[in-house]
Design a protein around this ligand. Structure first.
Ligand code: AMP
Ligand code: GLY
Length: 420
């Protein structure tokens, strides 16, 4: 028997723990720090590597890292030095996400398709560039900015304002002391996530996120307001193209540069005229993409994560998926992604559903109650024979849960239906 330590506190980590606990050889699943829905919470923050390693060692844990921050800090290197088993990429490999400039330069030198770009630290030169190029641009802070460091501009004025915000007003501090200005590509966005052992990358099921806060993809970007899997936009042909031109190429190019990538490799893709472009890499599962993907996974997650760590994915069977659709609807607090209230009591969580599961994210236990504790509060995930029935199941469940400042999009999965 083995224990598992899941690092992180979001819906993604609840889903990972939930799935891993289905393996008979997994004894206990601990969460650090976890949330109001996860069992066995350990009060250690995700950036306290010493305490996390101490806990993992004392409790004989296989550790799984959910979010990017500890990966960027080098938690995997730190655990490896101590001979502790851990799933995820090393600090060097995590640069794909922790430095957008590093990632763009990597894409360019390895001929992996991505939008044209330049890097700036001088606001005057940045503005000159914007007035020279004949297209709309996207402005990105180099470092990690909690998903808010990207501004998609509709005109030159917006671009100039964004340049000033990052390079003059330093809204993102050091993370925005260098910026990328890149060509805006208008297409359809989807997520392609693979599991890698440093040698090969095996595909997870396809999915599509809904990043904007309001219906019809309006309003500011968020961490993700809902996701569904599979997405009809990624047909076999497109998936194969992404697998070969992007995933395989990324893993082998990293290897050529002396970097072994183990973990989830997430390519944020823009599809335009049947061609995929990498918008960004993440070096972890997506949140909320993880929730519908794992709900459809028939194979044992623990075995595959071990396969990644041990470098044995080639000898394993392809992952098998339920021939069903899954939809995750994020229930958020009104005001997210800006400011929002915390501490509202949530009602209806004791209910159990045949075709769905409620993953917790920004929640915590307070005496006998569960209260809101973050912007994205719950990930209501429904399963159905078709995308339409999965959407209906998930929305039925959302109606049975309430708190004072509950907010959700009413169109999650709808764009999937429109592609069918
Ligand atoms: P990123 O964190 O780099 O994925 O950017 C956040 C969001 O900004 C993406 O999910 C896209 O919706 C949008 N975005 C980023 N880069 C581009 C681009 N080159 N063209 C159009 N939209 C983009
Ligand atoms: N849902 C997008 C992300 O996890 O970055």
């Amino acid at each position: 028997m083995v224990n598992v330590l899941v690092i992180g506190s979001g819906g993604r980590e609840h889903a990972i723990g939930w799935k891993l606990s289905q393996n008979d050889s997994v004894d206990r699943v601990f969460h650090a720090p976890g949330n109001g829905g996860t069992p066995n919470n350990i009060q250690i923050p995700v950036d306290n590597l010493d305490e996390l390693a101490k806990f993992a060692s004392e409790n004989d844990c296989f550790t799984v890292v959910g979010p990017e921050a500890p990966l960027a800090m080098g938690i995997v290197d730190f655990f490896n030095e101590k001979d502790l088993k851990i799933f995820g990429p090393t600090k060097k490999a995590a640069q794909l996400e922790s430095s957008k400039i590093w990632a763009k330069q990597f894409l360019k030198r390895n001929n992996i398709p991505t939008a044209a770009f330049e890097v700036f630290d001088d606001p005057i030169k940045a503005k000159e560039y914007v007035s020279q190029v004949g297209y709309n641009v996207v402005i990105k802070a180099d470092g990690l900015a909690a998903g808010k460091g990207v501004i998609v501009c509709n005109n030159k004025t917006e671009a100039e304002k964004s340049i000033d915000m990052m390079l003059v007003d330093k809204k993102f501090g050091n993370a925005g002391s260098k910026i990328i200005i890149e060509e805006r590509i208008d297409g359809i966005e989807a997520s392609y996530i693979a599991l890698s052992d440093g040698k090969i990358g095996i595909p997870m099921a396809t999915s599509q996120d809904h990043k904007r806060v309001f219906d019809n993809d309006e309003g500011p970007n968020t961490g993700g307001m809902g996701a569904y899997s599979p997405t009809p936009i990624m047909d076999k042909g497109i998936s194969q193209k992404i697998q070969e031109k992007i995933i395989d190429k990324t893993i082998s190019s990293l290897k050529d540069e002396g970097i072994t990538f183990k973990g989830f490799l997430y390519a944020g893709i823009m599809l335009k005229d049947g061609e995929p472009y990498v918008l960004e890499y993440n070096v972890r599962m997506g949140d909320p993409e993880c929730q519908p993907i794992l709900m459809r996974m028939d194979s044992d997650l623990f075995e595959y994560l071990m396969g990644s760590v041990n470098g044995t994915l080639e000898s394993m069977r392809p992952i098998s998926w339920k021939n069903k659709s899954a939809v995750c609807i994020v229930l958020a607090s009104k005001g997210y992604p800006e400011s929002y209230p915390k501490g509202d009591e949530i009602f209806g969580l004791e209910q159990v559903f045949d075709n769905g599961f409620i993953f917790h994210a920004g929640t915590k236990k307070q005496d006998t109650k569960i209260v809101t504790n973050g912007g994205r509060v719950l990930g209501v995930t429904g399963l159905g024979d078709t995308l339409e029935s999965a959407i209906n199941h998930a929305y039925d469940i959302t109606e049975k849960i309430s708190w004072e400042n509950k907010y959700l999009r009413t169109d999650i999965g709808k764009k999937g239906l429109s592609y069918l």
